[in-house]
Design a protein around this ligand. Sequence first.
Ligand code: GLU
Length: 417
Amino acid sequence: MTDKKQNVWDMTLERLDSTMDLLNLTPGIRKYLRQPRKVLEVAVTVKMDNGDIDIFTGYRIQHNTNRGPGKGGIRYHQDVTRDEIKALALLMTLKCTVVGIPFGGAKGGIAVDPKKLSLKELENMTRRYTFEIINNIGPEKDIPAPDVGTNSQVMAWIMDTYSIDKGYAVPGVVTGKPIELGGSLGREYATSLGCVYTILSTLKVKEIDTTDLTVAIQGFGNVGYNCARILYDLGFIVVAVSDVDGAIFNNKGLNPYKVADHRDKTGSVKGYNDGEDIERDSLLTLDCDILIPAALENQIVQGNADDIKAKIIAEAANAPITPKAEKILVGNDIFVIPDTLCNAGGVTVSYFEWVQGNLSYFWSEREVKLRLRDIMDKAFYEVYKVAQDRKVDMRTAAGLLAVERVAKAIKLRGIYP
Ligand code: GLU
């Protein structure tokens, strides 16, 4: 079987196991970390616009809550499975730990193509899903946020449904809310800004001059678009972007703002007048300095890893590189900034949103950005130091740091009863 179809939970466990092999952990702690704490599967029954009902499968999974409440996004995508959500929940445990924010790891999702639903159906589905998981979420328990296929409006519906059940407004039950409901300034583009900070740190440690560096970005959703926009503003040359329908290329650089206008008008980046259409997946193997996968899992696989020309890969998406592909990339001396570090800016500003909401005191956008930069830089250099000291790649280093911290939290709390 090709690793393009490799089960992402198996892949995540494979990586966890090889990280744990490098640490002196008891068999019990190893078992503990391999097992999600709680797996909830619900039938999400929705009254559709045509009067009939439809049923979608939803999940909310808490991988680990030793360091704080569960934290992680909710994904609406037709390919969502229990194993995918388990894997993403485990990655959230590592991610929150790598950046040192006091949360555990969780994730939710519904197997649905949200583009096929009307706005009313989307709202009905979100509210019913919230109702089905209501006893498992809460500001001190488990706090959802946006992910692929969800946005601040979806968070507003979750907050409203939860609040109606409680009898009072509970903004802290979700992050990534609209600003008007207690969202944080900067949350919308935080994942991308955090990713850019890790790229800047990489260029610094590698002593690479930032002038005229070229970037290719897979995915033009919230994360991909904002990465493109921020890097363009900093003077990087964004040579290619893609979405599910295709990819566009211009070796002199694309203007992401204009590409977004074109996408909003036509539904795709394809057919943009100041660039040429190229085959979608050929974006990954373009001749460029930095490659940013900002879409889904299993994109850089055994079959295309050897053709990657970028010297730096920044994982804005979760798990875009398979373990087999990673061996090839490491062999080719490609520097991979792992997802658990690279895309942790989103959950970091989610944490800021939660803190601001708890204090009912809201920060300026400047303050959010400064604090994000502090956390991302600190995490980058901590991971980099482990990588240097132990002579391992950045993913292994991030894993070592996170697993050690979580294992310590488990030991300190002890096992009940
Ligand atoms: N969905 C985002 C992630 O995968 C953000 C999660 C959050 O803010 O809780 O990191």
